[in-house]
Design a protein around this ligand. Structure first.
Ligand SMILES: C[S@@+](CC[C@H](N)C(=O)[O-])C[C@H]1O[C@@H](n2cnc3c(N)ncnc32)[C@H](O)[C@@H]1O
Ligand code: SF4
Length: 462
């Protein structure tokens, strides 16, 4: 377990600071296709229901509304001042749930519920109550289910938190990004330390656990000194979990990011230095790193799972157990059911049109091949647990990868260990944890197949 972030020479940073996938899924989203449509998704749900009728499910609700648009944001959001706007959207979520549950038959038990956004607390208390009860009417929620929500502390009331706790929500994730007022001006998002502290303390008092902060490094205006002050405040508030994301700067895809002055962006070694600073600030205060950019306190379930090498992940981040089948609702929601991804349409008008016609609002997706499933398991294992064991029989599926792994070892990213039973153990080094995506790329057959052809748009790795 590393005490301190490795010292990385600038030429090493330059070598790895290239565009690359983040592997929130494998195969990555650019591989998904419109050839996979609503009927395919319906078949996956039906198969999931019939093949494992007793397995619990996870559901994701995408609640895209925001009060204003933060200029750095890469999420799919609807900016509105109209607090009634979600009413009709909730009606459509109910229609979508009805379509899905008609296919699910008896498979209606939920072990995980996640509300993400956007800003789910854009919903009024009455809307939150109506949506949650709509879920409860259609599914059986296990008594120990993980029920989580993403909140923006600047737009969350204590009354909303009280209601969420009464309904059964028990996990909270909040956007913080950076407390520095100048950075907040540059990203068009204002949130005081006091507001954040109030929400954290109130949520703790209500019994929420696994309280998470999202921070971002690489934002405009960030520098060592101001970032150090943010990290100190975060350490003082001591959330159970931390996600420290690399700023994904994609101005061609996200028009609002074009407002960000380029000269203010910390890049390359400066940007990575901010991650290193955060890593050391948190590790020094007792946090354990999970992957290279997440941290958790020793008492948190994620750390226990890391010790047992059983950390899993889904589209919302790391999970304590392997993710069950996940059905997503709402615009752009991504389902992962019976070995297939399905993503919902982006436009609210198309979402409404599909549901009013009684059709699942799926825009694109992919049914994974056996090879995809194998590679997904390897990539997830590596990114979640810093370690991967390739069994002897699995090695037969590799060819060019073995040479690439040898090179990654020469570059100091991994250590390989051949076991007596013919299996190969791969462990990420401290340097390899920072550039884990580059090691994961070794197993990405689809990226390999695209080499030299049209490369999809990924953000830079550093
Ligand atoms: C969907 S947002 C919801 C959070 C909530 N609306 C808020 O702002 O507090 C989830 C997280 O995605 C991260 N995020 C959004 N845009 C990003 C970007 N361009 N690069 C890196 N992380 C980003 C932020 O850390 C944010 O807290
Ligand atoms: S960061 Fe959060 S509040 Fe800001 S636009 Fe994105 S989703 Fe909305």
């Amino acid at each position: 377990m590393p005490r301190h972030f490795p010292v990385i020479p600038p030429e090493t940073i330059r070598r790895y600071d290239v565009a690359g996938p983040r592997y929130t899924s494998y195969p990555t989203a650019p591989e998904w296709t419109p050839a996979f449509g609503p009927e395919d998704h319906a078949r996956s749900i039906w198969r999931a229901a019939n093949e494992s009728p007793d397995e619990p499910l996870s559901i994701y609700m995408h609640l895209p509304f925001c009060h204003s648009l933060c200029t750095f944001c890469g999420c799919n959001v609807i900016v509105s001042k109209d607090r009634n706007r979600p009413d009709q959207y909730i009606d459509l979520l109910f229609r979508e749930m009805d379509l899905v549950t008609s296919l699910l038959g008896q498979r209606r038990t939920l072990s995980q519920i996640h509300w993400g956004g956007g800003t789910p607390t854009f919903l009024t208390e009455a809307q939150i109550d109506r949506l949650y009860k709509g879920i409860r009417d259609r599914f059986r929620i296990l008594p120990d289910a993980e029920v989580s929500i993403e909140v923006h502390p600047g737009h969350t009331t204590l009354g909303q938190l009280d209601l969420l706790a009464r309904l059964g929500f028990n996990r909270l994730s909040m956007g913080v990004q950076d407390f520095d007022p100048r950075v907040q001006d540059l990203i068009g998002r204002h949130q005081s330390i006091e507001q954040t502290e109030l929400i954290v303390n109130h949520a703790r008092g209500l019994g929420f656990t696994g309280i998470n902060f999202d921070l971002i490094y690489g934002l405009p205006g960030q520098n060592t000194e101001a970032w150090g002050r943010t990290l100190e405040e975060v350490n003082r508030l001591r959330p159970d979990r931390l996600a420290v994301y690399s700023f994904a700067y994609l101005p061609t895809l996200r028009a609002q990011q074009r407002k960000i002055p380029l000269a203010e962006l910390p890049l390359g070694p400066d940007k990575l230095g901010l991650l290193g600073q955060a890593h050391d600030a948190f590790v020094d205060r007792g946090y354990r790193p999970i992957g290279f950019d997440h941290f958790a306190l020793p008492g948190d379930g994620l750390v226990r799972a890391l010790n047992a090498r059983t950390v899993g992940r889904n589209f919302q981040g790391f999970t304590v157990t392997a993710a069950p089948d996940t059905v997503a609702f709402g615009i752009t929601g991504i389902s992962d059911v019976a070995g297939a991804y399905a993503q919902n349409v982006r436009k609210p008008s198309e979402y409404k049109e599909a549901l009013e016609a009684g059709r699942l609002p799926v825009e694109r997706g992919l049914a994974l091949t056996d090879d995809d499933k194998r590679r997904r398991r390897w990539i997830n294992q590596l990114l979640c647990n810093d370690w991967l064991r390739l069994e002897r029989q699995e090695l037969g599926f590799l060819s060019d990868e073995l040479g690439d792994l040898e090179r990654r070892e020469e570059e100091g990213l991994i250590e390989r260990n051949w076991l007596t039973d013919g299996a190969l153990d791969i462990t990420l080094t401290d340097l390899g944890r920072v550039f884990a995506r580059h090691v994961a790329m070794v197993f990405d057959n689809r990226l390999r197949a695209r080499q030299g052809s049209d490369r999809p748009l990924y953000s830079k790795a550093v």
